[in-house]
Write a new protein. Structure first.
Length: 284
């Protein structure tokens, strides 16, 4: 642990960020309620930042006209913010630069989240590229929260990164049809080719239920592999485990039943209890 936790609170607009995080990303919002109190507001800012990056790639109308260019321009704006230090009166950018300026999070972690979305837009040619994107994107969000909570040890952060990846995989299993309808294709091209699909074909709704099921099985396998890697190490400090709690929801999504139309049951009490139970046990 470092002394950074004491430096986290000075972020303006705290109530607004809580509201926005809850609306934009209720899974991460709920899990972030259990991070150390001094890091909680920083976590909400990071959720808002990640939501902005995700919105940049969810552009079905723009894709038909300009391909990935519209999303890449929006992501470049965020990269320019980090490089220039000019928030341009954007509330999330102001708060993000405040965290960065005080050393609460690392710039390379934030840049990794942006790069992950850029790679998604450019296309993920194989499993290795996809793994890197998942771990820098979904994994990077949780790593940034761990940094905000004062953790800097590389081995610990690597495990938190895997836990973020598990959540990202589980979310894809759960929401894959909706993600595709939003114009996104966060899947490796070799996996698509294996089931007879292409990125454009997937976006235009040509995938069969059997093809979607096969893609989900591949995602589940990856999630299990990352879980095994997380469990190879000792128990994480409780405060560090709290920053990786979305993995609990990811595991439930990987194991959960998906209806014939590709939908999943809404979040319920069982999900919330599972998150709290993992924290009490000190293990996922």
């Amino acid at each position: 642990m470092t002394g950074q936790m004491d430096a986290c609170p000075p972020v303006a607009g705290g109530a607004s960020f809580l509201h926005d995080a809850r609306r934009a990303d209720p899974d991460r919002f709920f899990c972030a309620l259990f991070v150390p109190p001094a890091a909680r507001l920083a976590a909400m800012v990071l959720i808002a930042f990640n939501h902005e990056c995700t919105r940049a790639v969810a552009t079905p109308a723009s894709w038909a006209v300009a391909g990935p260019m519209a999303g890449l321009i929006r992501l470049q704006w965020w990269r320019d913010v980090l490089e220039s230090g000019n928030a341009q009166r954007h509330d999330t950018a102001v708060a993000l630069l405040d965290l960065l300026g005080r050393g609460v999070v690392r710039r390379e972690t934030l840049e990794g989240i942006i790069t992950a979305r850029e790679c998604e837009l450019d296309g993920l040619p194989d499993r290795a590229a996809w793994q890197a994107s998942m771990l820098d994107g979904a994994g990077g969000v949780q790593v940034a929260m761990a940094q905000a909570a004062g953790f800097a040890e590389s081995t610990l952060l690597a495990r938190i990164r895997l836990m973020g990846g598990i959540y990202g995989v589980g979310a894809l299993v759960r929401y894959l049809p909706a993600v595709l309808r939003a114009g996104r294709c966060p899947l490796p091209e070799d996996a698509l080719a294996h089931v007879g699909l292409t990125r454009d074909g997937l976006r235009t709704g040509q995938a069969t239920s059997a093809q979607i099921a096969t893609l989900r099985d591949g995602l589940r396998q990856q999630g299990r592999e990352w879980l095994d890697m997380v469990r190879e190490g000792p128990r994480l400090p409780r405060a560090a485990l709290a920053t990786g709690l979305p993995a609990v929801l990811g595991l439930r999504d990987m194991r959960g039943r998906v209806d014939g139309d590709g939908s999943a049951s809404p979040r319920g009490v069982g999900d919330r209890l599972a998150v709290m139970g993992a924290l009490l046990r000190g293990w996922v």
